[in-house]
Design a protein around this ligand. Structure first.
Ligand code: AHR
Length: 504
């Protein structure tokens, strides 16, 4: 029996809702067909935005969305995406499939989508191929609250009020697709560009510098040393790649060894966070700069027969476990991680949603975001769980359980627990401790259950309801106040919620 202890008297940090953010790039069918179909589409939409997608994202309270890239961001010229659609300039999307982008979805459309969903916009500016003036004027266009050349253009294009814009990224992967820069050079260019990213009126911008790729601690060191005082956040990109970049492995039809290898690589996120935070601490002992993990998730080979540049992959219970493990890690580091952005929202990489024409399906990853949404804006509680190493071979052993716990503003306690074992259920005893622990009873239990005989369980357009959360309350027993027992099936993700019994 594994003990999972939650100390209700130890609130460790606040979990910013944006920890559960997402990312939408002009890549494959994320924006076009995924989010945006245009006003004249037969697919139900409001102002061109798919109503089914907006409803699904509202249901999980998507807190923040990053746009327009990714690598695309450093090729994007915002002025091409405003004004009458028929006159918008076209461009070649050189990073993603070489398709011609007609710029139908631009700044106004992005803010409209965020308005409908109710999420914060996070815009990534173009440092790689754009000018300082271009970036500066984009910020003025979006946020200037008086009469200026840019605000008048915005008004002429139908938006009289400035938009609220908090998060702004100054370049993306500038060590690679964003200009192949060296850290010292980027640090100087960053300092220059960010100077002209102004706060207008009440709008306060949280400036995010391009951070390291995976374990490039030298990049973090140089950025913090040369430019740490000019940023609010430093980004980190780390993808879970089962194989290597040449042969990433399939999203479905994988072996048990692949299952464990993928989870082991996911757990590496913990090492990366600790490693980069240790470097950041040396230059920022007061912890003014947040670590923003604005690209993470699984990256598999594309589905056979699909455009290799579109990064379209299926999504299984393995992806659900990857999301659950990452979210538990992020919760536990929420004192230093104010935002993360899973890549990506629809039809790309570890997507929440897949679409096919007018059809759409919710992936296992979506349901993890659904179960975990209660952590948004809650306070992290001290928690720990006993674990055993499990795996197919010695090279990829992982702890069988991953957990985190929080308390919401209304006092409800949220516990999320994942069983990483492919074929071994786990007997778990949840012990709430602290002054009022005995007063708590189970309010809700929901599980996203995997299947040991079918590790690549997934939803398809033919069978879109195969993987769905189910009620698990009947499987949770309580012998003593504040103590709960359950048998967690293999390959599963569980949400438990506890609340204080009301006095009658
Ligand atoms: O998310 C896909 C791509 O991955 C992004 O465009 C880029 O930033 C990263 O390499």
């Amino acid at each position: 029996m594994a003990n999972l202890t939650v100390n209700l008297d130890r609130r460790l940090s606040h979990i910013n809702p944006e920890v559960y953010g997402n990312f939408s790039e002009h890549l494959g069918h994320c924006i076009y067909d995924g989010i945006y179909v245009g006003e004249s589409s037969a697919i139900p939409n409001v102002n061109g935005m798919r109503s089914d997608i907006v409803a699904a994202l509202k249901a999980i309270h998507l807190p923040v969305l990053r746009w327009p890239g990714g690598c695309f961001a450093d090729t994007y010229h915002w002025e091409d995406g405003i004004g009458p659609r028929q006159t918008r300039k076209r461009m070649v999307n050189t990073h993603w499939g070489g398709v011609v982008e007609d710029n139908a979805f631009g700044t106004h459309e992005f803010f409209e989508f965020c308005r409908q969903v109710g999420c914060e916009p996070y815009i990534n500016g173009n440092l790689g191929s754009g000018t300082v003036r271009e970036m500066s004027e984009w910020v003025e266009y979006m946020t200037f609250d008086g009469l200026s050349p840019m605000s008048q253009r915005r008004q002429a294009n139908g938006q009289s009020e400035p938009w609220h814009l908090k998060y702004f990224g100054i370049g993306n992967e500038n060590w690679g697709c964003g200009g192949n820069m060296r850290p010292t050079y980027y640090a100087d260019v960053y300092r220059r560009y960010q100077t002209y990213v102004r706060n207008y009126g009440k709008n306060q911008i949280f400036k995010i510098a391009c951070g390291p790729n995976s374990d490039d601690y030298a990049w973090t060191e140089e950025l913090m040393k040369q430019a740490g005082h000019y940023m609010d956040g430093l980004s980190l990109h780390y993808y879970t790649v089962n194989g290597d970049w040449e042969h990433k492995g399939a999203a479905t039809g994988f072996s048990k060894a692949d299952w464990y290898q993928t989870l082991k690589k996911t757990l590496y996120m913990e090492d990366l966070i600790r490693g980069h935070l240790a470097v950041m601490d040396r230059y920022d002992p007061e912890h003014k700069v947040g670590l923003i993990i604005d690209e993470w998730g699984t990256w598999f080979d594309v589905e056979p027969g699909t455009n290799p540049g579109f990064l379209y992959q299926q999504n299984t219970t393995r992806d659900a476990l990857v999301a659950a493990v990452n979210y538990n890690i992020f919760n536990k580091h929420s004192d230093r991680i104010p935002m993360t952005n899973l890549a990506q929202l629809v039809n790309v990489l570890q997507a929440l949603i897949l679409t096919d024409g007018e059809q759409m399906l919710l992936t296992p990853t979506y349901f993890v975001a659904d179960l975990y949404q209660h952590h948004q804006g809650a306070d992290l509680l001290e928690s720990m769980v006993d674990t055993q190493l499990v795996g197919q071979d010695e090279s990829a052993l992982v702890p069988n359980l991953s957990e985190s716990a929080s308390v919401s503003a209304d006092g409800t306690v949220n516990v999320t627990l994942a069983n990483l074992a492919a074929d071994r259920p786990a007997a778990v005893q949840v012990q709430l401790t602290g002054r009022a622990a005995a007063a708590y009873t189970l309010a809700e239990a929901r599980i996203l259950a995997g299947d040991s005989d079918c590790l690549d369980l997934h939803n398809s357009f033919a069978e879109p309801q195969t993987v769905r959360p189910a009620d698990f309350a009947a499987q949770v027993s309580s012998a003593r106040p504040g103590q709960f027992r359950l048998q967690l099936p293999a390959a599963s993700v569980l949400l438990l919620r506890f609340s204080q019994a009301r006095e009658s």
